[in-house]
Ligand binder design. Structure first.
Ligand SMILES: Nc1ncnc2c1ncn2[C@@H]1O[C@H](COP(=O)(O)OP(=O)(O)O)[C@@H](O)[C@H]1O
Ligand SMILES: [Mg+2]
Length: 283
């Protein structure tokens, strides 16, 4: 990751030229345990099964979880990129269905205290990625740390995972409020997780909208729901995504439906006027 912006910019231009734009989704939630990692991984698998080229970025920079969850051995990780020892292509690993994983590191506290400029360097480095990519999912830390804000502002879409628990609901509202406060994010796509039924998912969404409609000027769209499913926990214990172990389960079908929906969203076709992932593929 070069510290010289002019050099970085000119090399990004060369790398990004002629590559198609990439849809970018930042997966956020109000609190830990709501299911961001579960949604990011299983959605990535479902998208990849539907022939999309998927990049999965572990935004838990200091405590990566995706490599462990998927039983993937990583040699290098995001800390090597930040230290300028490896470039983005060298730290990537290939996961199931050809997914490109950008791994976080394990237990490096400095990685949780990076500056906004360092986050910007990480975001810019994605323009140098040579892998074919249609869509990237970012699995963020819980809540609204600096990295969550920076990575989410640099993505096109925000996928908010919410559960039917008071802390999840309350902090989801707080997350939407914070992310929309400087007008950087004004559309949020909601996925209700761990639901009993489709009706339950809609109720969670309606409850969230009651608060956002009253206090915030944002668009909150319902994307779908994922049922509570013991097989998800069992699959994660086995170090696999659900789609790899049982593609016929209810939750697996929900991820497939969600993936189908996402594939229909319009892809970015021009730059937004602020720093974003894969910017050089848009200019
Ligand atoms: N739909 C679901 N059904 C059953 N268990 C789930 C579901 N979604 C997530 N879990 C479980 O909840 C726990 C927290 O999920 P995780 O994805 O790690 O949350 P987060 O990344 O938001 O902290 C994990 O044990 C996971 O297996
Ligand atoms: Mg997680």
């Amino acid at each position: 990751m070069s510290n010289n912006p002019a050099m970085q910019h000119s090399s990004l231009r060369q790398e990004g030229r002629n590559l198609p734009p990439v849809q970018t989704l930042s997966v956020v939630s109000g609190k830990g345990g709501d299911g961001r990692t579960t949604v990011a991984i299983n959605l990535a698998m479902s998208l990849a099964q539907q022939t999309a080229q998927v990049v999965l970025f572990d935004g838990n920079l200091s405590m990566g979880t995706i490599d462990t969850a998927l039983n993937i051995k990583q040699k290098f990780n995001i800390a090597d990129l930040v230290a300028d020892e490896k470039d983005i292509n060298e730290i990537c690993v290939t996961g199931p269905y050809g997914i490109t994983l950008v791994p976080g590191c394990h237990g490096n506290p400095e990685m949780s205290q990076l500056s906004q400029i360092q986050h910007q360097g990480i975001i810019n480095s994605f323009s140098q990625l040579r892998t074919a990519a249609d869509i990237m999912l970012i699995d963020n830390e819980a809540g609204i740390s600096r990295s969550v804000l920076d990575f989410t502002y640099a993505a096109r879409e925000v996928l908010l995972v919410v559960c039917d628990e008071p802390a999840s609901m309350q902090n989801s509202f707080a997350t939407i409020k914070t992310l929309s406060s400087n007008k950087e994010c004004c559309r949020f796509r909601v996925v209700a997780n761990k639901v009993d039924s489709s009706q339950h998912g809609l109720e969670i969404y309606s409850e969230l909208c009651r608060q956002t409609d009253r206090y915030l000027d944002v668009l909150v769209e319902y994307c779908g729901c994922i049922p509570f499913d013991e097989e998800i926990t069992e699959a994660s214990r086995a170090g696999k995504a659900l789609t790899e172990t049982n593609s016929g389960s209810r939750s697996s079908r929900s991820f497939q439906r969600l993936a189908e929906k996402i594939m229909k969203w319009p892809k970015p076709d021009s730059a937004q006027g602020h720093p974003e992932f894969f910017l050089e593929r848009l200019i």
